[in-house]
Write a protein that binds this ligand. Structure first.
Ligand SMILES: [Zn+2]
Length: 478
């Protein structure tokens, strides 16, 4: 979204996050904001453009979510739970020490244990589970989720019913938005574990997240209710509340579906519009798939809201328009077909889904918004003015644009969008879209975005600033 710098998350990575609230207006419009406070006969709230206030008389209610924005503004689908640790086998510490040493994985040692397990008994198999578990933990700490998944799967080929392995693997699938794959793993775990086992509430909780991510609200609600019956939990309670709200709101909605999208809309949107949107999104999907060399593994949920005027979803001053919180939520009041403007919003929001998933939720805000604007077809305007500001040292550093833009004033937010777009344009101009693609992959596993920039573009942040200034100079036709 634009001027918005606002992305709500449905999963929480707990550290450094602020709660997001939803202000529901009497006309049905929803504003997702932080620091929502009643102040006399007005409601004040924080936005990318600074503090705003509206009369209390137009507000229907305020939903306080325990779901948070991460300050990194990434779309992280990490569930707010981690898997219970694997039952430590006797000598686990020793196995772990021999598996990971000198900051790397000893594959020779793993192979040796696997050989022993092929001829040995239960103890040898437990050791294989332990060695892969240690390797996977190490890889997760390095941000290499895909390789960690491989280790769990290899371990499961020896110990298919090992609960710790199954749950840890499911958590990684959830983080990678592979909700149906996560469900397979969790169903296996449930077959192994009866409802009376101590792990049963954890399994139900994780299944709730998987269904929620897969847009199956009803099943998510069922699982979380089960989890609450087995072992009440504050996180599940707030997740359940939100899912029930979504479910109630969407009950009267109609549905449309294509290969990559599941669309919901209510009766006042026309089926023609819904079809048009799905058609546009499928085309955008194919384009982004080839440009970014990535394909999101699961259907993406899209919800059309009709209670909000179309003007709200696009440009300032209305900052909270379309939202991508894992599902793409778009207000389409009064529209009967996909206008060019709506087309841009769809592409922009869909790009956020691609960028978020390709980078495992770790793309910084400047890269997210820069690429989303680029893909929607926006190019640097008033290059001269931007260049003047850059020459006077008035543009923000990329480091300062990595985290949340929520606190930025209106003019700073405009600058942040404009500068991020210019940086992305300069990267594309010098190395093509494949540089962006490689950068996004690297961001997913590098220690920092600047490290990823160094690895893939062979420059650091200050080189990138200089490159962008040089790019703008070439565009400047004054
Ligand atoms: Zn955006």
């Amino acid at each position: 979204m634009r001027q918005a710098a606002l992305i709500a998350f449905f999963f929480v990575l707990a550290v450094s996050s602020a709660n997001a609230d939803t202000i529901v207006l009497k006309n049905g419009r929803r504003i997702v904001a932080s620091n929502v406070v009643e102040d006399g006969d007005r409601i004040t709230y924080e936005t990318a453009a600074g503090q705003m206030s509206i009369p209390k008389s137009i507000v229907a209610r305020i939903d306080h979510d325990n779901f948070s924005y991460s300050s990194a503004e990434t779309k992280v689908f990490a569930p707010p739970v981690s898997a219970p640790p694997i039952d430590p086998v006797r000598g686990y510490d020793e196995v772990a020490r021999l598996t990971v040493h000198d900051n790397s994985i000893d594959f020779g040692y793993i192979a040796e244990l696997e050989n022993n397990a092929r001829s040995g008994g239960a103890a040898a198999i437990e050791k294989v589970a332990a060695t892969h578990y240690a390797a996977a933990q190490f890889l997760v700490s390095k941000g290499d989720t895909d390789a960690a998944i491989d280790h769990y799967r290899q371990a499961l080929s020896f110990a298919p019913d090992n609960l710790g392995l199954l749950l840890n693997l499911a958590v990684l699938y959830l983080r990678g938005n592979q909700f149906t794959t996560a469900l397979d793993t969790l169903e296996h775990a449930r077959r192994v574990m009866p409802d009376s086992s101590p792990a049963a509430p954890d399994i139900a909780k994780l299944m709730g997240w998987a269904y929620y991510g897969a847009n199956k609200m009803e099943r998510a609600v069922d699982q979380w209710k089960l989890a609450q019956r087995l072992r009440p939990d504050q996180e599940v309670e707030s997740a359940l509340e939100k899912a029930e709200r979504d479910k109630a709101e969407e009950e009267s909605y109609r549905e449309g579906e294509t290969v990559h999208f599941a669309l919901k809309y209510n009766g006042s949107a026309t089926p023609d519009l819904a079809r048009g949107i799905l058609h546009t999104l499928e085309e955008d999907f194919r384009d982004l798939e080839s440009q970014l060399d990535f394909s999101p593994p699961e259907q993406i949920g899209v919800i059309l809201y009709t209670e909000q005027s179309f003007a709200d979803i696009t440009r300032a001053p209305s900052w909270a328009g379309a939202i991508n919180d894992g599902r793409i939520r778009i207000p389409v009041q009064g529209l009967t077909s996909v206008t060019p403007e709506l087309g841009r919003v769809l592409k922009h929001e869909l790009t956020h889904s691609f960028v978020g998933q390709k980078s495992h939720g770790r793309a910084p805000t400047w890269l997210q918004e820069g690429v989303a604007q680029y893909m929607e077809g926006r190019r640097s305007a008033s290059v001269g003015a931007l260049l003047d500001q850059a020459n006077q040292g008035l543009v923000p550093t990329l480091g300062a644009l990595e985290g949340s833009w929520m606190g930025l004033s209106g003019s700073s937010a405009s600058m942040a969008y404009a500068w991020s777009l210019a940086v992305v344009e300069s990267i594309v101009q010098s190395g093509g879209m494949s540089d962006i693609s490689r950068l996004l992959d690297r961001v997913g596993s590098a220690a920092s975005t600047e490290d990823a920039v160094r690895d893939t573009l062979h420059s650091d942040y200050s080189d990138l600033q200089q490159q962008t200034i040089a790019y703008l100079r070439r565009q400047d036709v004054r």
